[in-house]
Design a protein around this ligand. Structure first.
Ligand code: PAF
Length: 298
């Protein structure tokens, strides 16, 4: 275990690089009956990640954040190589918080030579984002299982922005009996509504402006359901597509309305999630909104 020399003001934050040391950290906390919260990330931290860390710090005695860009969840033509990496910057961003440890394994530590085990999460990993990113959710499920076994957290925190990922991870935790509660936290947005994402850094200024169409479409969907009382999901999706098509830079991957288990919805029965994936130039952005009964206006 290493106390990072650049963070004399953060006496808490230890850097842990091996699974063995991470597990020893967890065992010590268990012996002391301390609770452990965990925020798994791929780095390039933004306010969305920091909100997860704050929630974990509020709800647990100790908090671990992991930073690991997981090769197994990127397809061969995806952005693994160019995915933003800034470990020093990330540690600086975490240093004002009472994060007790940052788990920073390298790829050889996580995927030892000859590694061949993989979790197949089933059909929910092949729809929505899984349709254009084959194998992505199996890669997520596999690395999250490995991270849970390394960190042994009582609670793990994920952002609602990756709605399908939260459903996948809940299923993984339930079906493989992980003793970790999965806590899904609200999407953090820029003041103009764009959901925070490490991939937003890929957008040029034109694409950044055009990206607002995602949130506009989600808000339109919410309004059609809540204020206009529309129940035909096919018609609502058509309206959303028409709005997104008004933005010349936007190319739709999917516009879907799904139930909490990602099941297809034909007639709206709340709660539902409206989920979008839209490409702007080479950047594919996702966003979603959960429409629930309490929002219905009288
Ligand atoms: O959401 C992410 O950043 C990643 O998918 C996760 C959960 C850290 C697994 O690599």
């Amino acid at each position: 275990m290493v106390i990072h020399p650049s963070f004399p003001n953060s006496p808490y934050m230890q850097l842990i690089k091996t699974i063995k040391d991470m597990q020893a950290f967890g065992r010590r906390l268990k012996a002391e009956r301390k609770s452990l919260g965990f925020v798994p990330t791929m780095g390039a931290l933004h306010e969305g990640h920091l909100s997860l860390a704050r929630r974990s710090i509020d709800e647990n005695d100790f908090t671990v954040v992991s930073i690991f860009v997981n090769p197994a969840q990127f397809g061969p033509n995806e952005d693994f190589k160019k995915y933003p990496r800034d470990t020093e910057g990330d540690l600086q961003k975490l240093s004002p918080f009472k994060v007790d440890a940052v788990f920073l394994p390298d790829a050889a530590e996580m995927y030892t030579a000859g590694f061949s085990t993989s979790i197949n999460i089933g059909n929910i990993g092949t729809i929505l984002c899984g349709a254009s990113r084959p194998g992505h959710f199996n890669g997520v499920a596999t690395v999250v299982a490995k991270l849970f076994n390394a960190v042994t957290p009582d609670r793990a925190y994920f952002g609602q922005k990756d709605f399908q990922q939260t459903v996948v991870i809940n299923k993984l935790a339930r079906e493989l009996n992980f003793a970790t509660d999965i806590i899904v936290c609200p999407t953090v947005r820029e003041p103009d509504g764009l959901a925070m994402s490490s991939r937003n850094t890929y957008l040029n200024s034109e694409e950044r402006k055009a990206a607002l169409i995602l949130y506009k479409a989600l808000k339109l969907g919410e309004e059609l359901i809540i204020s206009n009382g529309m129940v035909n999901a096919v018609l609502i999706k058509e309206e959303l597509r028409m709005l997104i098509h008004t933005e010349p830079l936007a190319v739709i991957d999917y516009v879907e309305i799904v139930a909490a288990d990602l099941g297809e919805v034909e007639k709206i029965k709340l709660p539902v999630a409206i989920c979008l994936a839209v490409k702007l130039g080479k950047t594919r952005l996702i966003d979603n909104i959960i429409v629930d009964r309490f929002q219905r206006k009288s």
